[in-house]
Design a protein around this ligand. Structure first.
Ligand code: PLP
Length: 470
């Protein structure tokens, strides 16, 4: 962990709160050291005139209460309200708005939130303005008199853009002190960022990800410091009924006990993977907020307590290379989620961000060669070896395609010239990659063929020669 970048100090009491905030074995009637699961949907009222603390499960039950107390403690919030899914929590936050209100939202928001805003919120008369809020002047440029919510994610998904929550909150509140700043905190978890301490009004997040950490529970949260919001969200829990089961609350609370241990390993593994990818010849660019070269890194250092396990990178090639890379990974499952102990991988353009219109995807460079990794808790050397093996598989396939194209060149030189020029020839491999030199041999032979206009191919030929010589 020593070479990891420095962020804000970790909350020294985080683990104690995660384990003890809401449960004391001595108070448990059975004296069991873990909380019991109370499955009852309804509760006995000894006096019909005196409503008991718990009445009907949608409005609250012992497991949900324990979980909400712990979550509020971890977010450093006064209140937390749990919903059946992250999307449930997001939907409930938009219930704070009315016909004619506006949401100012980051322009590369999570695809599900985008879909909700476009397909549900708009039908309720709510308008949504999307803007790149890493450029802070865009707050003034895009806030309208009817803007009631500013919707942020940090880092954004999948581009890992870092937002200055302190700066955005100050600028937005200057224009309208009543505007609510909402931060979707699914990526970093309350271990690595606590947006309410930075000026946000509401944390809305999917607990399905890191907070639970085992890919076996759906849940969402709103956390805040407002008694009125607590009343509203509690009413929404009861009336809309988008609430988690006692068993899910039990599992989530269990997941929180190991959150800090998991997040530390997610971060150290992802950092090593990012450094590995950064140097890899098949990678065009790595997007990992823990790299000092990442735009906004200094903001993260001032506002975050660590980075987490999410990163994206552009593989050299296009969507076919991305798919083939993923199909050749053994330790990563291909799936849309993230934050579990196991590695997950996806192609945002055709998976999590598919709901976004094509022009928007391209505008934000969410292209087919962008791959998102949720780096898991497996041994990091194994993770890196797995990625390297998948790269080699992609490379072998490239070479096979090149072989075919070079044969095609020999038969029809004009089309061959065009075809060969599209091939990325600037891969550089370490000198141990004998297999690669062998794979490239037919291409070198093809390029050296007397029919080839060597001026057109001069620079590429040099690169090929270098590869061959090393
Ligand atoms: C940033 C973000 N917010 C919200 C959600 C929705 O959460 P859930 O799947 O728990 O409904 C997701 C899901 O992937 C997400 O990535």
């Amino acid at each position: 962990m020593n070479d990891l970048p420095k962020f804000l100090p970790i909350d020294k009491h985080f683990e104690t709160k995660a384990i003890h905030a809401s449960f004391n074995a001595a108070d448990n009637p059975s004296l069991g050291v873990i909380p019991p699961i109370v499955l009852s949907t309804t509760f006995h009222q000894p006096d019909p005139m005196e409503p008991p603390h718990f009445q009907y499960g949608r409005y609250g039950n012992p497991n949900r209460e324990m979980l909400e107390i712990t979550l509020a403690a971890l977010e450093n919030a006064k209140y937390a309200n749990c919903f059946a899914t992250g999307m449930g929590a997001i939907g409930m936050v938009t219930h704070l708005l009315e016909d004619g209100d506006n949401i100012l939202c980051i322009d590369d928001v999570y695809g599900g939130t985008y879909k909700y805003f476009e397909q549900i919120a708009r039908k309720r008369g709510i308008s949504i303005t999307y803007a790149d809020l890493t450029e802070e002047d865009n707050i003034e440029a895009n806030m309208k008199p009817n803007t009631k919510l500013i919707w942020l994610e940090t880092p954004t998904n999948p581009l890992m853009k870092i937002l200055d929550i302190v700066g955005i909150s100050k600028r937005a509140k200057k224009l309208n002190s009543n505007v609510l700043i909402v931060v979707d905190n699914s990526f970093l978890s309350s271990y690595f960022i606590r947006p309410l301490e930075l000026g946000a009004d509401i944390v809305a997040a999917s607990l399905t990800k890191y907070m639970n950490g085992h890919s076996d529970v759906f849940m969402g949260i709103t956390a805040h410091n407002s008694k009125d919001l607590n009343h509203t969200f509690n009413q929404l829990q009861g009336i809309c009924g988008c609430t988690p089961s006692p068993f899910d609350c039990y599992l989530l609370l269990r997941g929180l006990k190991t959150l800090s241990c998991r997040m530390k390993v997610h971060m150290s593994n992802a950092y090593k993977v990012a450094r590995f990818l950064e140097k890899h010849s098949m990678v065009e660019k790595v997007l990992y907020p823990g790299l000092s070269t990442h735009k906004g890194f200094h903001i993260a250092q001032q506002q975050w307590h660590g980075v987490g396990g999410m990163l994206s990178f552009y593989i050299k090639g296009d969507v076919k290379e991305s798919i083939y890379f993923i199909q050749n990974l053994k330790l990563f499952s291909c799936g849309q989620s993230y934050g579990g102990y196991e590695g997950l991988v996806e192609i945002p353009m055709i998976m999590s961000h598919k709901p976004m219109p094509k022009e928007q995807l391209l505008k934000h460079k969410i292209t087919g060669n962008l791959i998102r990794l949720s780096v898991g808790l497996e041994s990091v050397d194994d993770i890196i070896a797995d990625i390297e093996a998948a790269f080699k598989a992609v490379c072998t396939r490239f070479c096979t395609r090149l072989k075919k194209k070079s044969r095609c060149y020999n038969q029809r030189s004009e089309t061959g010239v065009r075809t060969l020029r599209t091939v990325p020839l600037d891969f550089r491999f370490d000198s141990n990659s004998d297999w690669l030199r062998v794979a490239y041999l037919p291409i070198i032979v093809a390029l050296s063929h007397k029919e080839i206009n060597s001026e057109k191919f001069g620079s590429q030929l040099n690169v090929m020669k270098i590869i061959w010589m090393t």
